[in-house]
Design a protein around this ligand. Structure first.
Ligand code: ZN
Length: 200
């Protein structure tokens, strides 16, 4: 007769299920929280702008513009709805990105003596990436980063420009990043935790 040690395996199975349930529950809660924090460009929607929670307001006006006043993020336009407000926010961020990111990226590249390696800097909203750099010198930045604080934007600029010198994520690469942006590890963590609030 084979003695089957029932108790032990059942307990193990139970423990396993319990552990997984906790994990599943935690994942679910995390998803719910992230979903709640997602950017919705509607009246009274919340926008996480430069690390501050602001409330979106629509304002009727012929002139299209975006104003930040205290904790209000005011989108002004004619007969605004979600679609129009979204387009307006997109245009606003693209403008800000071309004013801010492109000259700073060239400035840093000049400082590092690699400006001639830049073939083109593109601004594009991608699904999940913040930036990209090819071996032919085409750099891409996601203009959604303009919602983040300037320190985070600077880190992203630095990240791609340093790839003009090291095309990998080697120790030499990160040493170079650190020489320009000493707090880069903190910025990476911050982005990981907050980036779900930027995509729309
Ligand atoms: Zn990289």
């Amino acid at each position: 007769m084979v003695r089957c040690p029932h108790r032990a395996p059942i307990k193990e199975v139970q423990d396993f299920v319990n552990r997984n349930q906790k994990w599943i529950q935690a994942r679910l809660e995390e998803e719910l929280k992230k979903n709640k924090e997602k950017l919705r460009i509607e009246k009274n929607g919340r926008i996480f702008y430069r690390a501050r929670e602001l409330t979106i307001e629509y304002k009727e006006g012929r002139k299209q513009r975006i104003l930040i006043n205290g904790d209000r993020f005011i989108i002004q336009g004619h007969k605004l709805n979600v679609t129009k407000a979204t387009v307006q926010l997109e245009d606003y961020l693209i403008d800000k990105a071309s004013e801010h990111i492109i000259p700073r990226a060239h400035g840093l590249a000049r400082y590092l003596g690699v400006d001639r390696k830049i073939k083109e800097i593109k601004l594009r909203k991608t699904k999940s990436k913040w930036g990209h750099c090819t071996s032919t010198g085409v750099i891409q930045y996601n203009w959604l980063i303009m919602l983040a604080p300037y320190s985070i934007i600077d880190y992203m600029i630095t990240h791609e420009i340093c790839h003009l010198i090291h095309m990998d994520h080697s120790k030499q690469y990160w040493d170079l990043v650190a020489s320009i942006c000493p707090n880069y590890e903190y910025y990476i963590e911050w982005l990981k935790e907050q980036e779900h609030r930027f995509w729309f």
